[in-house]
Design a protein around this ligand. Structure first.
Ligand code: AMP
Ligand code: FE
Ligand code: FE
Ligand code: ZN
Length: 280
């Protein structure tokens, strides 16, 4: 019995819609999946009717991946077993979405000044109506126009953190992200600590009330995996893992099922959240 506890859909920057993710996860034989879109629960809500119809597909855990504000670092905090209808969390997420709209418009205008002909409306179209609007959608618009061969090339040239087209977006502090996840009944987990790239910082963030560590991630090599497994044991943290699936070529496993973890990890998460089975 295998699980994948880190999956993106078209609700943020993944390529597959939530029902398509569900279908492919079922075909791959996964027993449990967690949908963890960036800064939104829209994908989880879209999956509710699909997962509830008893089709025998995987159990679904309602999740999210929040970006936390740490200067100069990319820190992500996963939330699992959340109430997708939580008023407080959804209200805060709506504010983030508003900020992302203005931010994308600023990035487009910077790119225009840099000589790239690009329309903000086209970026909105590419993102679609429910998506967490972000750099991947701006990148797709630039690739579509033929300026770059792929998104990675766009990030390397203009949209990376230290590049001229980049504009930051509003983020919660790590402790606010942890608090919000708990307020929605969820379990906060520090995502891919290997990508944080600073174990002292990871330690500090764990100290804000994080309850789990994403030990298994395609960006972690074996020594890192062992190190974070030991850290989780030392700090009494739940262990999670997943593929960080985006359905995009060259970014982590391209096929659901290629990177999975024992379903027992999902069961421990659910037990810690006080859920007997995945709930919506
Ligand atoms: P944003 O939240 O708008 O700043 O965009 C961040 C997202 O961009 C991440 O979640 C990744 O999915 C994507 N991303 C970051 N770096 C790269 C890269 N080098 N190539 C392609 N996509 C990237
Ligand atoms: Fe992403
Ligand atoms: Fe992440
Ligand atoms: Zn992710």
């Amino acid at each position: 019995m295998r699980a994948d506890l880190h999956i993106h859909t078209t609700a943020s920057d993944g390529r597959l819609s939530p029902p398509e993710v569900y279908r492919q996860a079922a075909a791959a034989g996964l027993a449990c999946i967690a949908i963890t879109d960036h800064d939104t629960l829209a994908g989880v809500r879209a999956l509710r009717p699909v997962a509830a119809d008893g089709s025998g597909g995987p159990a679904v855990i309602a999740g999210i991946e929040l970006s936390a504000d740490v200067p100069g670092k990319e820190v992500h905090i996963l939330g699992f077993c959340l109430d997708p209808d939580s008023d407080e969390l959804n209200c805060k997420l709506a504010r983030l979405m508003g900020d992302r709209l203005g931010r994308a418009e600023k990035m487009v205008s910077r790119l225009n000044k840099l000589g790239y002909s690009l329309e903000y409306d086209r970026v909105l179209e590419i993102a679609g109506k429910n998506a967490t609007l972000g750099r991947p959608h701006v990148a797709a618009a630039l690739v579509e126009k033929g300026y770059f061969p792929d998104a990675a090339a766009v990030f390397a040239a203009v949209l990376g953190k230290d590049k001229p087209g980049y504009v930051p977006h509003y983020k919660f502090s790590p402790s606010e992200a942890v608090r919000l996840i708990k307020s929605a009944g969820g379990i906060p987990v520090l995502a891919h600590p290997g990508l944080v790239g600073d174990d002292r910082l990871a330690d500090d963030i764990i100290g804000t009330g994080v309850m789990g560590l994403e030990v298994y991630h395609p960006a972690h090599d074996w020594p890192q995996t062992e190190k974070y497994l030991a850290l989780a044991a030392r700090r009494g943290l739940l262990v999670t893992g997943g593929s960080d699936f985006h359905g995009i070529r060259g970014r982590y496993p391209e096929k659901l099922g290629d990177f999975s973890v024992p379903a027992a990890l999902a069961r421990r998460l659910l037990a810690a959240a006080g859920h007997e089975s995945p709930v919506f």
